[in-house]
Design a protein around this ligand. Sequence first.
Ligand code: UDP
Ligand code: MG
Length: 161
Amino acid sequence: MYLKIEFDLFTKIVSLHPKKNIMAGNITFTMIKPDGVEANNIGPILAKINQSGFKIVAMKYMKLSAETAGKFYEVHKERPFYGELVSYMSGGPIVAAILQKDNAVAEYRTLIGATDPSKADEGTIRKLFAKSIAANAVHGSDSDENANIESNFFFSQIERF
Ligand code: UDP
Ligand code: MG
């Protein structure tokens, strides 16, 4: 009973907060990977993102060190492609961004398409722009929890609006 009242109060406070969409978990984290940048696809990919109703709430252009790329992809460190993935992701500049939309994680995974571009649906970012399963144009978070972890990995509070 008390728990419910406290939860209702919390929900009410969150709904009044100016950053309620971020607090409600309606964000995802993306990178335009080195192949996307190299092929001059930053503009076309950002256009698809905006046309699909995502708002960019943080963004930066940078080159990852092998150490940073290794840390970002730590969950994959036992996978056979980890070494290649880390050297590929640190081999050229990337664009990192936080995107906001209702149901952002799932909506963005739909927009980017399957990891392997040969299996990605028509019209998806990976179908349109990816070169291979490794050089697949963009990253997209796979859960709300990871969206927050990945966003906080790249952006401080004063870099997101
Ligand atoms: N990857 C790869 N070979 C594979 C699977 C994945 O090189 O067989 C790379 C690819 O760049 C992919 C990233 O590792 O985007 C992370 O893999 P994950 O399974 O998380 O795919 P995603 O979530 O990016 O679709
Ligand atoms: Mg993933």
